[in-house]
Design a protein around this ligand. Structure first.
Ligand SMILES: NC(=O)C1=CN([C@@H]2O[C@H](COP(=O)(O)OP(=O)(O)OC[C@H]3O[C@@H](n4cnc5c(N)ncnc54)[C@H](O)[C@@H]3O)[C@@H](O)[C@H]2O)C=CC1
Ligand SMILES: O=C(O)C(=O)Cc1ccc(O)cc1
Length: 293
C-alpha cells in the first residue's frame, strides 16, 4: 500500500513531535520522516531512536521537498521557523502545526508562506507534563480529539489529508474556528494549568517549616497539581502570552466565583458550598462517561 505522504518534516522533535514521528512510523503514514530541532542533541537523539530518517538543526533543510511540514515547537518560535522555511517550501506543500493556541499560530505562520502553499492549523488535544524526544509515545493519540482550525477558503481536499493523518494516528478529528478553539481551551486547559502553577507557587512561598510539611504530607489533590505544574515552562509561557484575551476573560470569571465561595465560607453558608460541590460531582461523572463512550 502506498503511504499517504511522501516526506513529512517535523520541526521540533519534543514530546508531541516525537510522538507524531513514532505514530507515523508505526502506521506507515509517510515514506520518509525527517526532523529539525534547534537543539542538536534532540535531532541526534531522534535519529538514534530510529523515529526519523534524518535529524538536522536547520528547519529549511528539513522542510525542503516535504509534502507536509508540521510545526511542533513552542508557539514563541513559530514566526522565526515559518520565516526560515518559507523560501524552501515546495509548491503545493501543506504546512500544519500542533500548537495549543490557534489564532496566534495562524498570525505567526501565514505571512511567511509563499502562494501555492497550504496552511491547515491543528491541535492534538493530548499530552503530558513531560518534554523532549524521549518523552514521546505513539499511544498518546488514540481515542483523543484533534481540532483543526482551517481558515475559510482552505482547499477541502488538503484539510482532509491532514484530518486523515491524525485519524491514522488513532485520533478523532473535529473542526472549528481558531477563535472558538482558543476560548474553549482557555477554560479546559490553560486556566487549569495557571491554577496549578499558582497553588504550587503559593505552597513553595510558605515559611520553611510549613513547606517541608507540604511535601511530606502531600495528599493526592496537591500531588495532581504538582504534576501539571511540572509542565514545560517555555511551552506554557508561550501559551499564556499567545492566548492573552481568552485566558484573562476566564480568569476574571474565575476570580468572581472564587470570591463568592470565599464569602460563603466566611458566612457559614454550607448550602452554597454543598450545591456547587454536587453540581461539580455530576460534571466529573459526565467526564468519566464521555471517556468510556
Ligand atoms: N505538551 C503537551 O502536552 C502538548 C503540547 N502541544 C503543543 O505542542 C508544541 C510542542 O510542545 P511539546 O512537544 O510539549 O514541547 P517540547 O519541549 O517537548 O518540544 C519542543 C521541541 O522544539 C524544539 N525547539 C524549540 N525552539 C525551536 C526552534 N526555534 N526551532 C526548532 N526547534 C525548536 C525544542 O528543542 C524541543 O525539542 C507546543 O506548541 C505546544 O503548545 C500540543 C498538545 C499537547
Ligand atoms: O498533561 C496534561 O494534563 C495536559 O493537559 C496535556 C496537554 C497540554 C497542552 C495541550 O494543548 C493539550 C494537552
Amino acid at each position: 500500500m502506498t503511504a499517504p505522504f511522501e516526506r513529512i518534516a517535523i520541526l521540533g522533535i519534543g514530546l508531541i513531535g516525537s510522538s507524531l514521528a513514532r505514530a507515523i512510523k508505526a502506521e506507515g503514514l509517510a515514506r520518509s520522516v525527517v526532523c529539525a530541532d534547534a537543539n542538536p542533541e534532540h535531532a541526534r537523539r531522534a535519529e538514534s531512536l530510529g523515529i526519523v530518517d534524518a535529524g538536522v538543526t536547520d528547519p529549511a533543510e528539513a522542510a525542503a521537498g516535504a509534502d507536509l511540514v508540521m510545526l511542533c515547537t513552542p508557539l514563541g518560535a513559530y514566526a522565526a521557523v515559518a520565516e526560515a522555511i518559507g523560501p524552501a517550501l515546495k509548491p503545493g506543500a501543506i504546512v500544519s502545526d500542533v500548537g495549543s493556541v490557534k489564532q496566534a499560530a495562524i498570525d505567526a505562520i501565514a505571512p511567511h508562506l509563499p502562494a501555492g502553499v497550504h496552511l491547515v492549523p491543528g491541535h492534538p488535544v493530548a499530552g503530558t507534563e513531560k518534554s523532549g524526544p524521549d518523552a514521546g509515545f505513539a499511544a498518546l493519540f488514540p481515542g483523543r480529539w484533534c481540532i483543526l482550525t482551517p481558515v475559510p477558503g482552505t482547499d477541502e481536499a488538503v484539510t482532509r489529508r491532514v484530518a486523515d493523518l491524525w485519524r491514522g494516528c488513532g485520533m478523532k478529528v473535529e473542526r472549528m474556528s481558531a477563535d472558538h478553539h482558543d476560548r474553549v481551551l482557555a477554560i479546559t486547559s490553560h486556566l487549569p494549568h495557571l491554577i496549578a502553577y499558582t497553588i504550587v507557587g503559593t505552597a513553595t512561598d510558605l515559611e520553611d517549616h510549613l513547606r517541608q510539611e507540604v511535601i511530606k504530607y502531600s495528599a493526592s489533590g496537591f500531588r495532581d497539581f504538582t504534576r501539571i505544574a511540572g509542565s514545560d515552562p517555555t511551552m506554557w509561557r508561550d501559551v499564556f502570552l499567545n492566548n492573552r484575551e481568552a485566558v484573562l476573560d476566564c480568569l476574571q470569571r474565575f476570580n468572581e466565583d472564587l470570591t463568592a465561595l470565599q464569602r460563603a465560607i466566611r458566612r457559614g453558608e454550607g448550602d452554597v458550598l454543598f450545591d456547587l460541590f454536587t453540581r461539580t460531582r455530576d460534571i466529573r461523572r459526565g467526564v468519566l462517561e464521555a471517556k468510556q463512550a
